[in-house]
Design a protein around this ligand. Structure first.
Ligand code: ST9
Ligand code: ZN
Ligand code: ZN
Length: 290
């Protein structure tokens, strides 16, 4: 029987993050922050979000479209700002999540409860099955991607600089925001992006409709879709993971990531966008949907 050893440094770190983020919330609620600091935090949140959705999720983990070097560099920078593990590690865990969904080999297996799927999985050692079955996943594309390998090599330096140092210094340097206030707002923005992302693994694996495949746990969750710029249509996404839109119907209505990829395709930086023909979706929905 696997005992789930707790990783105490992570517990302490995430507790500290939450305390600092709450201070940030307090400074905002008591109007102690400059409006420009909030606009800046929102901009960084959207950039980090694109690094996750259009970048590590749809481009690197699922290969649902191809991107030219300038776009890959931009998305790599945005994903580094998000500080959600390197592209390599994120995509490896995510491929395991899809291949072994809702089993012991799924890093954030929802059968271990809401909290485990949400953030608990980052506070304990991984189940041995994740590492054993994870060996079966093909990562050759990520191993031969120079952008991914560069980021992986210098991640421990790049991520804190991009996620904490630069976003804190900009408001302090450019419009004389109090340094500690700026740091707290930066931490609040980081935790918001973490919790929004984690909701896909927890809430969208628990609550919502299953119009495409009623036999799986991932569900269509509108609230999560709004918070994640289009990643909450999770029953569709687990049924057709190669679709660059990660949704059947939600094109631009909140799915900013699809809009971004389409814009990049117009500029010629994104190409070979994969999608699913409507009749295939309809037939599948009739056969296995709720
Ligand atoms: C974070 C990630 O938050 C969130 C990801 C969420 C994904 C959601 C997806 C939803 C769709 C997109 C939504 C977009 C939303 C956008 C929102 C916009 C606002 N396969 O991991 P280790 C092997 S990160 C194969 O250390 P431990 C491998 O050999 C937060 N093999 O396991 C590995 O060695 P190496 C910040 C695997 O020791 C070795 O095992 N990050 C696999 O059990 C050891 O791996 C943190 O806080 C696999 N899948 O430790 C860090 N996995 O890597 C937290 C492992 O050298 N993490 N192996 O090849 C940790 O401290 C540790 O990973 C641990 C487990 C304690 C959790
Ligand atoms: Zn999922
Ligand atoms: Zn996915």
């Amino acid at each position: 029987m696997f005992q789930t050893p707790i990783v105490w440094p992570n517990v302490v770190l995430f507790t500290l993050y939450h305390i600092i983020a709450l201070q940030g919330l307090y400074y905002i609620a008591t109007l102690k922050t400059n409006l420009r600091t909030l606009i800046w935090a929102f901009l960084v949140l959207v950039l980090a979000g694109q690094g996750i959705t259009s970048g590590v999720h749809r481009l690197w983990a699922h290969k649902s479209y191809k991107a030219k070097l300038p776009l890959r560099l931009f998305l790599c920078l945005c994903q580094t700002i998000s500080f959600q593990n390197s592209i390599y590690e994120w995509a490896r865990d995510h491929r395991a999540h899809h291949k072994f969904s809702d089993t012991d080999a799924d890093p954030h297996n929802i059968n271990r409860g809401f909290f485990f799927a949400h953030m608990g999985w980052l506070l304990v050692r991984k189940h041995p099955q994740v590492k054993i079955k994870g060996q079966l996943i093909d990562l050759s594309d990520l191993e031969s991607d120079s952008v991914v390998q560069f980021q992986r090599k210098y991640y421990h330096v790049l991520a804190p600089i991009c996620c904490f140092v630069v976003p804190t210094i900009v408001p302090w340097y450019l419009w004389e925001e109090n340094f500690y206030t700026s740091f707290c707002v930066c931490m609040l923005r980081y935790l918001m992006s973490l919790h929004f992302t984690w909701l896909v693994n927890s809430a969208a694996h628990m609550w919502g409709y299953k119009p495409y495949d009623r036999s799986i746990k991932p569900s269509e969750n509108r609230v999560v879709a709004k918070l994640t710029m289009g990643e909450g249509w999770h029953n569709y996404h687990h049924t057709f993971p190669w679709d660059y839109k990660a949704a059947e119907l939600d094109t631009y209505n909140g799915n900013l990531s699809t809009a971004f990829i389409d814009l990049m395709a117009q500029l010629g930086w994104a190409y070979d966008l994969k999608t699913v023909p409507l009749d295939v979706v309809r037939k599948r929905a009739l056969r296995t949907g709720q």
